[in-house]
Design a protein around this ligand. Structure first.
Ligand SMILES: Cc1cc2nc3c(=O)[nH]c(=O)nc-3n(C[C@H](O)[C@H](O)[C@H](O)COP(=O)(O)OP(=O)(O)OC[C@H]3O[C@@H](n4cnc5c(N)ncnc54)[C@H](O)[C@@H]3O)c2cc1C
Length: 434
């Protein structure tokens, strides 16, 4: 029998104080729900993923963040542009040419500050935060999640609630414990990145543009202007391509920077100010988005290659949707997995649009230019997808793209289980029952 301290009385326990967790917490707290966010770090803490897309506006507006962002020193972003290896730059995709709304201007953020602002915002709305608190495992009773076992300043105790929301990011806390991680082998890239000071910025509206710069072999570099004259620069490509001459990260990054003339020219006057980081770009989706008493949101549910900067949007949006779905489940007094079916359906539908675009991007025979030259009327649909308006039908766009690139079928998994969880996952559940 367990003698551990149990803290309960919460409506929801939220694992992770990143964009997904803070948004879910703000939505629930605003509805008067008692929520606690468990965060391993003390915010502000470093995080990669600085470039927002326009549709971030809507969940951010919902939780009262837009005025705070307007008062911040984050760089205003109006467009995304694409640079060919020889340095030719595309016509920028200006969001305002497509979207007559305040959302057309978004931001390049410093994630340490942005994430801290989001978490503070959740606290203002009434959420409780336990920082420097490490979630160690889900508490399971048969197939039902009861909460989290956490460790804080050397003490281990249990946090219990009718619903636990895993917003713990790319390590897939719940999905790993439950054996639900399904990798996307075709998107198995690696990223190498750092920060420079003094890189060139384009003028006017283009000053805050994200530049996606192509490498000869379907890899790409990002160039993201940040406050204080800082530029975030990184490269994403296959492991084989990037490590073809060894694994020295400085050699790898410098070589790839010089493979794209636009990036090389823009960084010529710049000096590197941070160490070089690397991560396996391990795209995946969890087999389920929910279980009994459990919901997954943000990267904890699915991670998609960051070429179109969709990660923070999907974290904010799924955090918002999870908050609403959990509130409805609490209202009904039933937090079983089936309650989250609509949540999973909608989230997977939106992710699929972005996933198709990402697959097309990596197809060697694909270019946006070729598609738009043949189908100029689809420019609006393509821009819609790039800005994050993902929850609509893109049939004609992907039918056109399929003429130039392989477009994947939607993944069959990621929804809420409508019946008891299948055997192998059930075995995993029982294996870790408390
Ligand atoms: C190389 C790279 C570049 C990217 N570029 C972009 C970009 O330009 N634009 C974009 O939108 N997205 C980008 N992304 C994706 C983006 O970073 C993520 O999608 C986003 O941070 C997801 O938010 P989240 O809230 O789901 O998770 P996170 O931001 O990862 O937050 C999870 C939180 O949970 C906490 N946590 C984890 N485990 C535990 C535990 N056991 N106990 C307690 N706390 C825990 C962590 O400390 C963290 O604070 C990029 C990702 C990578 C890898």
């Amino acid at each position: 029998m367990s003698t551990k301290r149990v803290q309960n009385g919460y409506d929801a326990v939220i694992l992770g104080g990143g964009p997904a967790g803070s948004t879910a917490a703000a939505v629930l707290a605003e509805k008067g729900r008692r929520v606690v966010v468990v965060e391993r770090e003390k915010l502000p803490r470093y995080k990669v993923g600085e470039s927002l897309i326009p549709y971030c506006y809507f969940p951010l507006k919902r939780i009262g963040m837009i005025e705070k962002l307007r008062e911040s020193s984050f760089i205003k972003k109006y467009s995304v542009q694409f640079a060919a290896p020889d340095g030719r730059i595309s016509t920028p995709f200006y969001f305002f040419q497509h979207l007559e709304h305040d959302a057309a201007q978004t931001w390049q953020v410093v994630r340490s500050e942005f994430d801290a602002m989001l978490l503070d915002n959740a606290v203002e709305k009434g959420a409780e935060v336990m920082s420097e608190t490490n979630a160690k495992r889900l508490l399971m009773d048969g197939g039902r999640c009861l909460g989290l076992e956490v460790e804080q300043h050397g003490e281990t105790f249990h946090l219990e609630a009718p619903v636990t929301i895993d917003c713990g990011g790319r390590h897939g806390f719940a999905a790993t414990q439950l054996g639900w991680i399904v990798p996307d082998p075709q998107l198995n890239k690696i990223a190498v990145w750092t920060y420079f000071k003094g890189g060139m910025r384009d003028a006017g509206y283009d000053e805050g543009a994200t530049t996606v710069a192509y490498l000869p072999e379907k890899g790409w570099l990002w160039y993201i202007p940040l406050p204080d004259d800082v530029i975030g620069v990184g490269v994403v490509a296959s492991r084989k391509y990037l490590y073809r001459d060894g694994k020295n990260l400085e050699v790898v990054l410098n070589r790839e920077i010089n493979e794209n003339r636009w990036i090389a020219e823009h960084l010529a006057p710049a000096e590197r100010i941070e160490s070089i980081q690397v991560t396996a770009e391990y795209s995946y989706r969890s087999r389920y988005c929910a279980g009994d008493g459990l919901v997954l949101a943000g990267d904890a549910f699915s991670f998609l290659d960051p070429v179109f900067s969709s990660g923070v949007f999907l974290a904010l949006k799924s955090g918002e949707m999870a908050g609403d779905a959990v509130d409805a489940a609490l209202q009904a007094g039933d937090a079983s997995a089936g309650r989250f079916a609509a949540y999973g359906e909608k989230l997977c539908f939106g992710i699929e649009s972005m996933r198709k675009l990402v697959y097309a991007f990596y197809d060697t025979s694909f270019s946006f230019g070729r598609v738009l030259r043949k189908y100029p009327d689809l420019r609006g649909d393509l821009t819609d997808c790039l800005i994050g308006n993902l929850f609509r039908d893109f049939g004609p766009l992907f039918a056109a793209i399929a003429e130039f690139a392989e477009v994947p079928q939607p993944l069959s998994y990621g929804k809420a289980p409508l019946q008891p969880v299948p055997l192998e996952a059930q075995a995993a559940l029982e294996g870790i029952s408390s």
